[in-house]
Each structure stands twice: as structure tokens, then as C-alpha cells.
Design a protein around this ligand. Sequence first.
Ligand SMILES: [Zn+2]
Length: 120
Amino acid sequence: MSSPVAETAHLRCEACGRLALHAVQYAGRLVVSTQCGSCGSIVARDPAEARAEYLRDLEHRLQSKPARVLKRALSDPKAFLTTLPRKVAMQPTKLAREWRALLAASRTRGEKPPTTPGHH
Ligand SMILES: [Zn+2]
């Protein structure tokens, strides 16, 4: 329903080497993946790295706002990740959309998105 956050940019494709219009996926200000408009190949950031960067970026964005719950969560990213869906449900849809974009990028790498660790 809600379209992912995407923009286009002319980039050199790593796969076909052409300068082509790429669809660029963002989570916040962070680029998570690019898709070549010429050959269709998707280049995604390392999901773990992208998530870590996104959380760092989110922290900066939250510094201008009193969001103590989220800021505390950022000091414990693992717990933050596992509790995110519920938190996101209470956040503006923007955050949820950004997070979905990150997870979608993770899937393009054939890796599972972070899930509840379960028992340990
Ligand atoms: Zn290409």
C-alpha cells in the first residue's frame, strides 16, 4: 500500500557498468539499496551495517526531540530491534516505513531480517 521511500539518481552500475538511472531506497537519510534501471540488479548495503547506521542516524534525529524511550532503546540496540514493531506502531508511520525499507533491503541480500532471538 504505502510505497517505499525511493528516489532516483544517475549512478554507475556495479553489475553492468553503465551510467543508468537507479532507484535509491532510503531509510531516513541512509541509503539502503540501489537498483539499476538498466539491468535491474540490486545493490544493497550490508544489512547489519545499514541497521547500525540507521540507528545512529535515528539517534541524531531524536536528539532534537524528547524521545526518552527511543533514546534509551538506542543504548541497547538488540532489545530495541526485538521490541521495535510495537514501538513503531506507536510512532509516526514514517519510522515504520523506514524500518520496512531496511528490512526489505535485507531481504534482497537473502538474509533474514532480525527476529526475536527466542530462548537462550
Ligand atoms: Zn546495471
